[in-house]
Design a protein around this ligand. Structure first.
Ligand code: BGC
Length: 767
């Protein structure tokens, strides 16, 4: 076995920390702990090893792939004593009843053969996305665009309720990787690029999924799996699951922030980042897994690997020589459960490693305790299966919430000459590959991994269908470009001349463009520009001079700098899911008002990808230097941008004190008035700027947000509470610091200067 610096660091760190101290993320419950110890006492080594393994349901499927093979069940659960199963049969969603029946077979076997309940986990990503009859909400990126915490809560609540109704107690949600690189194919799974917003939304979702008492999860709540811990979203190459380089202070200050918020809210499990940071595969990073989370937070929850990522330690990353070394490396670094999708023999590897002393009995027992604790907290020992009424399953209530969330998430980016809302008299031509597709509205993790909403949910409206219903007799459809059925990430120009002809007799052309659905590696790409076929379609349609509305239906901001000037209006719908077509129609008709704002920076140039919190020294306007810098933030639309059919004025920005120190809490208030003629909602965003700091400061940081609903002429005072410590940053030495000096607080174009009177440096890793 090779000696690993990562492991040595971990051991040193464990020795230094001893037992958990400082915070305890989840309060220990003595009855839960007593039950864990009682079960642990009676377990054989093989049973313990089995609890640390999670397999894909495919290992149990018979040849039809729609039923469980009893012989495989005997082997996997009966002999190998595997403690957890994940995913959907035949790689597609099933109904609640079918799912529950499948779980029952596994659970009955587990209770009979091991006497310990199996824990089933599913990728419920934006609602009950692996149930054919469950409710889908807009993807997280849209929930971010609402800037309204209510929808994160609603989505979490419905997701928990409907998942539990199918006898599944564990979801691999929320996703909280920061969407800071638009090349990365999972940007849309996050709430956006900002750490604070991500933390706020993910905490709401976590609390809604688990409820308030992590020690006793009831029959309408589930355990979360925060993912992917940590720093997954910024691969250097932009390609999924490839290495990232992240400065340690950024890792702590920005990437860890959402996880910290959710661990403190009681999150019971977390899934590990599939890739690597600064050369260390996260699955082997004891400093992060055992150090940052378990030791520093006193967290007694469970860390599960991502898909086959122990194998990746030797197959892909070459930090282990073989499977056994990889298993030892992961478990010794802090992994408690191995998602080893296809290999029941992983259990034997763990047994052998313990017998050889390469995994200590203490580490084994610690990991087993964490698995058992999760099962006890979920009540699975008393109720391996449960009887409970779920009258709201798949009902109108959740559907309405989903529709409302979609309404608040669509972002109006341009509206020249008041093209929108439509008067109702215009003849509308709808074009583009996204015009008549449910798959593209929902995106990945929708009925299947890569998304297949058209096959499963024809009852919902595409954009074309929703417009057709809303504007009877006024709407026609000629796609011009379609996605290639043989290679679904490509598109084909099929009838552009026909679309151009049809445009001649239309008053407005609505081009629905963007991306087909995708998820993870299949969504990798080499060019962030929107496809050439789609751009050519827009150019051909623009050439005849009719007003163009671009509807962007995409999981990440594809570059459109050359076609945006051809459009009078632009709406980014992102991935609003099953009710997105209806929501768009209502907004375009003016039945409702736009209130979404971009939760990411929409870049314009491929060599100039930005986030809003760039360094002051990156921008000519914010710095003066002795070089001829050409750094200009020339973005298509900035973070937080979004228009409305009404207008809002900000006034009276007030801060409770002009000076403060680290122990203070500032109150910031601002008046927001609806100065237009329609009711509207406004997302109010509060930023801070540290004017001088020992590390080059970010130009600004989001510190608060709220959404207000105002009638014409109405004013509302929005109040933010800002602990001074939230203005701190992580310095070069890895310590949190709030430095004396001036800060600018800004909101809606207004700003106020406040002064921090004394520098404070914190010794503890998290504040
Ligand atoms: C993804 C995870 C997901 C897991 C289980 C992986 O490929 O990265 O987000 O939870 O599969 O389906």
């Amino acid at each position: 076995m090779k000696k690993h610096p990562i492991l040595l660091t971990a051991l040193a760190l464990t020795a230094a920390c001893g037992s958990p101290k400082g915070e305890q993320a989840i309060p220990a419950d003595k009855d839960v702990e007593a039950k864990v110890e009682q079960v642990l006492k009676g377990m054989s080594l093989k049973e313990k090893a089995g609890q640390l393994v999670q397999l894909n349901i495919s290992v149990l499927e018979d040849a039809s792939r729609e039923a469980i093979d009893p012989a495989k069940l005997d082997y996997v659960i009966g002999e190998q004593k595997v403690g957890s199963i994940l995913n959907v049969m035949h790689d597609k969603a099933h109904s609640r009843e079918e799912t529950a029946a499948m779980v029952k077979l596994i659970q009955d076997k587990s209770m009979e053969a091991i006497g310990i309940p199996c824990i089933y986990g599913l990728d419920m990503i934006h609602g009950a996305t692996y149930l054919t009859d469950g409710t889908f909400y807009p993807q997280e990126i849209n929930i971010g665009a609402t800037f309204n915490r209510t929808y994160a809560r609603m989505m979490g609540h419905a997701m928990a309720y409907e998942t539990r109704a199918a006898q599944v107690p564990w979801v691999f949600s929320p996703v909280m990787d920061l969407g800071r690189d638009p090349r990365w194919p999972r940007l849309w799974e996050s709430f956006g690029e900002d750490p604070y917003m991500q933390a706020e939304m993910a905490r709401e979702e976590t609390l809604a999924l688990q409820g308030d008492d992590p020690n006793h999860i009831d029959l309408e709540h589930v355990a979360v799996s925060l993912k992917h811990f940590v720093g997954y979203g910024v691969p250097v190459s932009g390609k999924d699951r490839t290495p990232a380089i992240i400065a340690e202070n950024d890792l702590r200050e920005k990437f860890f922030a959402p996880f910290l918020a959710c661990f403190r809210a009681g999150a019971l499990t977390a899934m590990v980042n599939s890739a690597s940071i600064n050369g260390i595969p996260t699955h082997a990073n004891a400093v992060l897994l055992s150090g940052w989370v378990k030791e520093q937070l006193g967290w007694d929850g469970l860390l599960v690997t991502d898909w086959a990522d122990i194998d990746n330690l030797y197959v892909r990353d070459h930090v282990a020589a073989d499977k056994r070394e990889a298993v030892a490396m992961g478990i010794n670094a802090g992994i408690d459960m191995i998602m080893d999708p296809y290999d029941p023999a992983c259990v034997d590897d763990i047994v052998a490693l313990v017998e050889e002393g390469r995994i200590s009995k203490a580490r084994l027992d610690d990991a087993v305790r964490r698995v058992l604790r999760l099962k006890v907290r979920l009540g699975l020992f008393e109720n391996p299966l449960w009887e409970h009424d779920y009258p709201y399953f798949g009902g109108h209530g959740f559907a309405h919430e989903s529709y409302d969330a979609a309404l608040e998430s669509l972002v109006l980016l341009k509206n020249e000459g008041g093209l929108l809302p439509f008067k109702g008299t215009e003849r509308l031509l709808v074009c583009g590959p996204n015009a008549n597709s449910l798959r593209t509205l929902s995106g990945g993790w929708s009925y299947t991994w890569q998304g297949a909403a058209d096959d499963f949910a024809p009852q919902y409206n595409t954009i074309f269908e929703a417009l057709f219903d809303r504007f009877p007799g006024k709407v026609s459809w000629v796609p011009g470009v379609v996605y290639d059925p043989a290679d679904w990430q490509k598109d084909l120009a099929i009838n552009v001349p026909q679309a151009v002809r049809a445009a001649q007799s239309a008053d407005v052309v609505i081009c629905c463009i963007g991306e087909n659905s995708y998820c993870e590696t299949p969504g990798n790409m080499d060019d962030l520009n929107l496809s050439a076929n789609q751009k050519e379609l827009v150019k051909a349609l623009a050439a005849i001079g009719k007003p163009i509305l671009l509807v962007l239906n995409e999981g990440r901001p594809r570059l459109i700098g050359d076609i945006e000037p051809l459009a009078k209006a632009v709406v980014d719908v992102m991935l609003p899911s099953n009710f997105g077509g209806d929501a768009l129609a209502a907004l375009l008709a003016g039945d409702e008002n736009f209130s979404g704002k971009l939760p990411f920076t929409y870049s314009k140039h491929i060599n100039a990808l930005h986030t809003y919190d760039y360094k002051v020294s990156e921008h000519r306007e914010t710095m003066e230097g002795s070089y001829n810098y050409d750094a200009v933030m020339d973005v298509q639309w900035p973070f937080g941008f979004g228009l409305s059919y009404t207008s809002f004025a900000y006034s009276n920005l007030k801060v409770s004190a002009e000076t403060f120190d680290a122990s203070d809490e500032l109150t910031v208030s601002v008046d927001v008035t609806n100065t237009g003629s329609r009711p509207g909602k406004e997302a109010v965003l509060l930023y801070s700027s540290d004017l001088v700091a020992s590390l080059i400061p970010d130009v600004k940081r989001l510190r608060g947000f709220d959404k207000v609903s105002l009638n014409p002429g109405e004013t509302h005072t929005v109040v933010f509470t800002l602990p001074a410590s939230s203005l701190a940053f992580v310095g070069a030495d890895g310590k949190w610091r709030l430095e004396a000096g001036d800060f600018r607080l800004s909101c809606g174009g207004l700003s106020a200067l406040v002064n921090c009177t004394a520098t404070k440096v914190w010794d503890q890793p998290n504040i």
